[in-house]
Ligand binder design. Structure first.
Ligand code: SF4
Ligand code: SF4
Length: 206
């Protein structure tokens, strides 16, 4: 007997895109699938879905599929896609929004834990002082993600320590953090965000 795959017909679902627009100001429904975003993205080799597919899935209401994807965490926010989009869709901003939503809804896959831990350590730094303090960021990332254990067992930890010392000797790794003057304004920005850095930090501790 012939084995036929089940065909599922999907309709556009504007509830998902409406929510995205309300919370982030980004309008994925303007996409006409030209794929210019994907053809410029330098990280598609590591993604499970391409940027244009992420936008398409959101238009079809497949939000959980997108939130549990690797793509959201692979994206480095380089903004090439945003610059190339003829419809001015801020895809890099959309990826950032999706990171926050994936975290808030507990949909980050365990495989993405390292990227997730780095993202949280980075946001925590920015939320605290408005600037990244690389030395502290590295320490927090290593400890919170457990990445140091894997690096210790495969010997790469010592290479990284040597590299860190070389950077320190050249004055590239400061020992004291520096922040911006107006942290009040910064806190206000984080409070306005759909998911604040405070929530992000709290969850990282749990
Ligand atoms: S570049 Fe813009 S319009 Fe083209 S596929 Fe990507 S998001 Fe859609
Ligand atoms: S911002 Fe992310 S999705 Fe866009 S081009 Fe850069 S890595 Fe790719």
């Amino acid at each position: 007997m012939e084995d036929r795959a089940e065909v599922v017909f999907l309709e556009p679902d504007y509830d998902v895109t409406g929510k995205i627009r309300a919370l982030s100001g980004i309008s994925p429904e303007l996409c006409y699938q030209c794929r210019k975003c994907t053809s410029g993205c330098p990280l598609t080799f590591a993604m499970d879905y391409y940027p244009d597919q992420i936008v398409r899935y959101l238009l079809l209401g497949l939000e959980e599929k997108v939130l549990s994807s690797a793509t959201v965490w692979v994206c480095s926010a380089c903004e090439t896609c945003t610059t190339r989009c003829p419809n001015e869709i801020d895809i890099a901003g959309l990826m950032d929004y999706l990171k926050q939503q994936a975290h808030a809804r507990g949909l980050v896959r365990p495989k993405e834990n390292l990227s997730y831990a780095f993202h949280k350590a980075f946001l925590d730094d920015i939320g605290r002082r408005g600037r990244v303090f690389e030395t502290g960021l590295l320490q927090r990332y290593m400890l919170s993600s457990g990445a140091w254990k894997a690096k210790l067992s495969d010997g790469t930890l010592w290479e990284e320590i040597r590299l860190g010392l070389a950077l320190f000797r050249r004055g590239r790794l400061p020992l004291r953090p520096r922040g911006i003057r107006d942290t009040h304004e910064l806190r206000r920005l984080f409070e306005k965000a759909p998911v604040s850095s405070e929530n992000t930090t709290q969850s990282s501790a749990s």
